[in-house]
Design a binder for this molecule. Structure first.
Ligand SMILES: [Zn+2]
Length: 117
C-alpha cells in the first residue's frame, strides 16, 4: 500500500534501502531527533508518503518497545504530548495496523500534515 503513497523518487530510494538490508537494524533507535521529550522523540521520516503529505514525521518511544510494553510514565507523557505539542504542529496522528507496520518491534505513530491540492 505504501508504494502508492510515495512519489516514484522516494519509493525508489526506499526500495534501494530495503534491498541493502536497511530494515535489519531498527532505524527508529538511531536517527537524530527533531524534537526530544523525556520518554519520546520526534523523527523525520526518511521515506515519507510524499505523494499526499506535506509533513511526515514520527513520534517514537525512546525505548525499543511495543505498545504493550509501555510503562505508566511513558503512557502519561504520551497523553501530554498528544494534547499539547501534537495539536499545535500536526493535522493527524496515524498508526498502521499490525499488518501494515514495517517496524513492528518499535512503537511509532505517524504525524502528518496533508498536502493542499
Ligand atoms: Zn528501535
Amino acid at each position: 500500500m505504501q508504494a502508492f503513497l510515495r512519489t516514484p523518487e522516494t519509493e525508489e530510494k526506499y526500495q534501494a534501502h530495503i534491498a541493502r538490508g536497511g530494515l535489519t537494524h531498527c532505524p527508529l533507535c538511531h536517527e537524530e531527533p527533531l524534537q526530544q521529550f523525556v520518554h519520546w522523540k520526534i523523527l523525520k521520516n526518511a521515506f515519507p508518503y510524499d505523494k499526499i503529505l506535506q509533513v511526515h514525521h514520527m513520534l517514537v518511544s525512546m525505548r525499543h518497545v511495543t505498545e504493550e510494553e509501555l510503562n505508566e510514565e511513558e503512557k502519561q507523557e504520551l497523553q501530554t504530548i498528544k494534547q499539547g505539542y501534537l495539536d499545535d504542529h500536526y493535522q493527524f496522528i496515524l498508526e498502521p495496523t499490525r499488518g501494515g507496520k514495517s517496524i513492528p518491534g518499535h512503537l511509532h505513530f505517524h504525524l502528518v500534515v496533508v498536502k493542499e491540492l
